[in-house]
Design a protein around this ligand. Structure first.
Ligand code: SPV
Ligand code: MG
Length: 550
């Protein structure tokens, strides 16, 4: 049975009239005197988009459902395959769905079974058309044969007798105008279908103007709700349909048509360019996909149902000032604004999305400006004369259990962090293969025992040999992104190495590459290769790029 849903409520509805089922919601839309709209969808995702746009009901189009499967609108998809698509759509939304039931997939007996199954899956209504199985789309050819009126009335009665929810809606579609049989035949058929028990009449037309729709509506005189599909007479102002007393307009195929245009353009561009650069800004983000399909809910459920594993912590090194002129006069780099959020806020946001909750930020330069809700701060008050290793040592107590270490001026796509978090290595550093081509500035360059093979599926591990600002060209494998992950064991090695460097008097002046290189001489430090999808902010150009980094 359907979910109870509030989706059919109008703003004026009283709470006592809720909750309504999807069946009742569709019935209300179609039976209400005001004009309603159903928007086409053909799968779970498009159904979600219909709901997101604010529509109150869905038209599960036969044309677009079959086309999205690569099939013709000629009953090539079996009715059970249609039912499966409908189930995805119903699961994806709370909206009521009116399904295009074509001819009912056979005679009265097929309609009975179809309607029972629709009710079981919470599909609020069906529209059946007075043609013969297998059907042909109304916009193909002329004078398609129509069903015998009495036989079609039998299909309608069988459908209504089989509904298992009183509010299920059966719409009878009159094809007489489409097949050139004239207005009188259309009215005769509509009247017969109404008497047979149809809840509404869909009067279809393929003319470019709506004259015959208006004539029909006038002569029909509101005997039952009228539904129309203005695909061909699209230029007619909607207000005229309202004035003509039309109950429901179906926008029948426009999401599929829009997606065909978008997919075609995108495919052509990628094919031509052999690159994604030109399309990246014009396609939905991967994040948007995650949002649409409800990944946030899954994460919450995982917290509720999966055995808790200690969440990783993170230490963000943000003690140095950065040399970006006036921009870093009063604040460190990590507080620079990147489209309404500080760099730090964005970095912490990415950490949180990957389940890293406990974030410690080591402040130094203009420390009073470094604040963010939910983070812990520790201070390196000697930031002017010490290096990164010293800053990290200030957060020594936070190097416990699984730990992420990140520079405070980097942004990276979440998958990079996720990939480190799922690594089996005790210490793993994210290395950009592009760093193998020298860029200006002070970079954390990497030499490893194996170069990136060019194949991301090649999971043979590479290990750090040396990380430094200078690496012999023949040895250079990439650039460290300023992001590393340590397991509890790796964190122990890190603490031990900090202590050893302190004993040797080397800690104050050391940077993280020196620290990591020392660990690598004693323990395996895995190198995980990536290509792009991150940036650090050292220059105004970097800052501009960061503002485009979503
Ligand atoms: C559909 O959307 O599949 C319809 C409407 O039946 S039409 O294509 O106009 O016939
Ligand atoms: Mg159809």
């Amino acid at each position: 049975m359907s979910d109870a849903s509030l989706s059919g409520l109008r703003p004026g509805d009283t709470p006592s009239s809720s909750p309504v089922t999807r069946f009742a919601a569709l019935r209300r839309e179609i039976a209400s005197p005001s004009l309603s709209f159903l928007m086409e969808a053909h799968d779970g995702l498009s159904a979600k988009i219909v709901q997101e746009a604010g529509f109150r009901g869905i038209w599960a189009s036969g044309l677009t459902t079959s086309a999205s499967l690569g099939l013709r609108d000629s009953n090539e998809a079996s009715w059970t395959q249609v039912l499966d698509v409908l189930e995805y759509m119903a699961d994806a939304t709370t909206l009521p769905i009116l399904v295009d039931g074509d001819t009912g997939h056979g005679n009265f007996n097929n309609v009975r079974r179809f309607v029972r199954k629709l009710c079981e899956r919470g599909i609020a209504g069906v529209c059946i058309e007075d043609k013969l199985f297998p059907k042909t789309n109304s916009f193909i050819g002329e004078a398609q044969p129509l069903a015998d009126v009495d036989e079609f009335c039998g299909r309608i009665k069988a459908g209504k007798d089989s509904q298992t929810d009183d509010d299920f809606t059966l719409v009878a579609r009159v094809e007489a105008l489409i097949s050139g049989q004239g207005m009188e035949e259309a009215l005769r058929r509509a009247e017969a279908y109404h008497r047979a028990g149809a809840d509404a009449i869909l009067i279809h037309s393929k003319k470019a103007d709506a004259d015959e729709i208006f004539t029909f509506a006038e002569r029909w005189a509101g005997r039952a709700p009228l539904v129309i599909v203005p695909t061909m007479y699209y230029a007619t102002p909607t207000e005229l349909f309202r004035q003509a007393g039309i109950s429901t307009i179906i926008w029948a195929n426009h999401l599929l048509r829009a997606s065909i245009t978008a997919m075609r353009e995108t495919a052509a561009r990628i094919h031509e360019d052999q690159s994604l650069v030109r399309v990246e800004g014009s396609v939905a983000t991967v994040k948007d996909i995650f949002r649409l399909v409800g990944n946030a809910e899954l994460e919450e459920a995982e917290r509720r149902y999966l055995p808790a594993r200690p969440a990783p912590g993170a230490i963000v090194l943000a003690a140095s000032g950065g040399e970006m002129g006036g921009l870093t006069l009063d604040q460190p780099k990590c507080m620079l604004d990147i489209r309404g959020q500080s760099l730090l806020q964005r970095l912490v946001g990415t950490l949180r999305e990957s389940g890293v909750r406990d974030v410690t930020v080591v402040r130094g330069y203009r420390k009073e400006t470094v604040s963010l809700q939910g983070i812990r701060t520790l201070d390196n008050d000697r930031h002017a004369e010490t290096g990164e290793a010293w800053s990290l040592a200030c957060a020594r107590e936070a190097i416990r259990g699984e730990t992420i270490i990140a520079y405070g001026d980097v942004l990276f796509r979440r998958y990079i962090l996720d990939s480190l978090l799922t690594s089996s290595a005790d210490v793993v550093v994210a290395v950009d293969t592009l760093g193998a081509q020298p860029r200006p500035g002070k970079r954390d360059l990497v030499a490893a025992d194996r170069r990136f093979s060019g194949d991301y599926l090649d999971d043979r591990p590479a290990h750090l040999r040396l990380m430094a600002h200078e690496v012999a060209p023949g040895e250079l494998c990439g650039e460290w992104m300023g992001l590393a992950r340590f397991t509890a064991r790796g964190a122990e090695w890190l603490r031990e190495e900090i202590a050893a460097m302190e004993m040797e008097g080397l800690l104050e002046g050391a940077d993280l590459p020196a620290l990591l290189t020392r660990i690598a001489t004693k323990h395996p430090v895995r190198v995980k290769y990536f290509t792009g999808h991150w940036l650090d902010v050292d220059t105004l150009t970097d800052l501009a790029e960061a503002r485009n980094f979503t």
